[in-house]
Write a protein that binds this ligand. Structure first.
Ligand code: HEM
Length: 329
């Protein structure tokens, strides 16, 4: 092969490689990768496997009605079933793990319609696209030669995926919470609020714990038992209700709406949009939240998704995990 032909052949190999690297994974591929990392635990979630169920209610504030006609903000108490969780599919992951914590809420609106918020306790996500999310999972696979993930592969993944940086920086500075009741939770994605006049506003939101955000110290990270979060919440709700304020950030038309790794400008206006009150917490086995698929695209009229590729990818991925666990796989 002459030099020119060789370089054309080489270029086409690289183009093919790049196209493959860029291709969006399927939901099944991502769930299989989660299974390879966390193991298969029949009947259980393939991600966020460890969790605790909660019950309570949400009262939306009338200030939010200027932005959305959703029944969530009618001012009436809306019954809520929720679930706090640790990420990953490994049931042995400790409560001190330096990873995000989850809070999923299912609101029961009048007329039997439902709305879901499925949040994490970090302000940004670690991937702008399903491609990055999948590549991140692959980079964490155990190397059979060492029995551990290959640090070189992980480093190379981070270097070639700058969208992982904002979450990486946040995690480096913020230890996990001492209690679910002392953790804030963020919707992370940008959503659309649609008001009675059909006007659309871009919004983001977070839930702030009434008892304040409290994190484990570095020393406590080494001394706390492997499991304490669920029992702590069960005990707290037995003593009295535990509350969070929902804070809504009002976006501007120019704000990033399809990339959950990018912060909005800090000066955006916020309003108090409601109060979540949790009155009981129970181990997840057999409790109400266990069999719920907290798909974040389950929404009431007046709230709509943006075209954030991660938000849109979550729905089929959750369905793939849900089908497996419902069918006992
Ligand atoms: C490509 C990105 C993502 C993928 C592939 C993914 C995948 C999954 C899967 C498969 C489950 C288990 C579903 C089930 O069996 O019911 C799950 C649960 C969960 N995910 Fe994600 N996720 C992604 C992004 C996110 C983001 C951005 C958030 C938060 C904003 C989030 C928060 C949660 C929470 C809180 C749960 C637990 C829900 C529950 O308690 O049932 N995930 N995820």
């Amino acid at each position: 092969m002459n030099a020119k032909l060789f370089s054309v052949a080489l270029a086409s190999v690289f183009c093919t490689f790049n196209a493959t690297a860029q291709q969006a994974p399927t939901a099944d591929q991502v769930v299989s990768a989660l299974e390879k990392l966390g193991g298969v635990h029949p009947g259980e979630r393939r991600n966020h496997i460890i969790g605790v169920c909660v019950d309570g209610s949400f009262v939306g504030s009338k200030d939010a009605q200027a932005f959305t006609r959703s029944a969530l903000f009618s001012g009436a108490a809306i019954p809520v079933i929720g679930r706090f969780s640790l990420p990953g599919g490994n049931p042995k992951a400790p409560d001190t793990a330096k990873s995000p914590r989850g809070l999923a809420l299912q609101f029961k609106l009048p007329g039997d319609s439902l709305h879901h918020f499925t949040m994490l306790n970090v302000p940004v996500f670690g991937a702008a696209t399903p491609q990055t999310f999948y590549a991140g999972l692959l980079s964490n696979m155990v190397d059979p030669a060492t029995g551990k993930p290959d640090p070189e592969k992980q480093k190379q993944f981070r270097e070639t995926h700058p969208d992982t940086k904002p979450l990486g920086e946040f995690m480096a500075k913020n230890n996990p919470p001492v209690s679910y009741a002392n953790s804030e939770f963020f919707g992370i994605h940008t959503f659309k609020f649609i008001n009675p006049n059909n006007q659309t506003t871009l919004v983001r939101w977070r839930f702030e714990p009434e008892d304040g955000v409290k994190r484990l110290t570095d020393a406590e990270m080494g001394t706390m038992p492997a499991r304490f979060l669920d029992d702590d919440l069960i005990a707290k709700t037995q003593k009295g209700p535990v509350r969070w304020n929902m804070i809504l950030t009002i976006g501007e038309a120019s704000d990033v709406q399809n990339n959950a790794t990018v912060y909005w400008p800090a000066e955006r206006k916020t309003i108090q949009a409601g109060v979540l009150t949790l009155t009981s917490a129970t181990p997840q086995k057999g409790a109400d939240c266990e069999k719920i698929n907290f798909d974040p695209l389950v929404m009431s009229d007046g709230i709509a998704p943006t075209d954030d590729p991660i938000l849109l990818f979550r729905s089929p991925a959750y369905a793939a995990s849900f089908v497996k666990r419902l069918t006992g796989n």
